[in-house]
Design a protein around this ligand. Sequence first.
Ligand code: DX5
Ligand code: ZN
Length: 217
Amino acid sequence: MKHLVAPSLLAANFLRLEEEIGTVNQSQADLFHVDVMDGDFVPNISFGFSIIRQISSVAEKPLDVHLMISKPERYLKEFKASGADWLSVHYETCPHLHRTIQQIRDLEMKPGVVINPHNNVELLTGIIPEVDYVLLMSVNPGYGGQQFIPSTYERIRTLAEMKKQLNPALLIEVDGGVTEHNAKALTEAGADILVAGSSVFKAMDPSEAISRLKNPS
Ligand code: DX5
Ligand code: ZN
């Protein structure tokens, strides 16, 4: 399978959001990555339901919503109602992760689990058969525009081995510091989905930047 590209709207210009979404609609991108931050689990606040609802009203590709919030199980229905198609929760925020993942699936969204850079992928052995994707953070969550953490490559390779046994259909998503310069190495290591914020929306030509992530050389 050719890898997917998910531009992160966190780096978009919010004064021109509809135009930025239109650019992604017309591009080779596969998904919209939507980052929700609560100022508690992460030291930053992004946006909530009303913005996501407006995004979904003009987005022509699925919304991949990444929850960086404490106790995400409180709001699963609201994210579905706002237009989320894929919904990921952090391993670090879910004491009853298995139940939360089942609830996301019952709401007819694709469930994913996210882990922070300090956590070993082996922690996910029990949940990998239950999820559609694992999101590996390649920066510490909370901000766009940070430096990629190189140990991510090894984490992707380990997870790619694990998925062979546990869930061959699993997709491996990588988020943080992804650019046209590391895209090829990431997909060669086993990444199936590349999330990119700054390297898309701060580029002179975002559509061209998406093409380079989709066809890295
Ligand atoms: C960070 C978010 C990312 C962020 C990536 O906490 O999860 O999705 O938007 O931004 P870049 O691509 O600029 O590192
Ligand atoms: Zn994200």
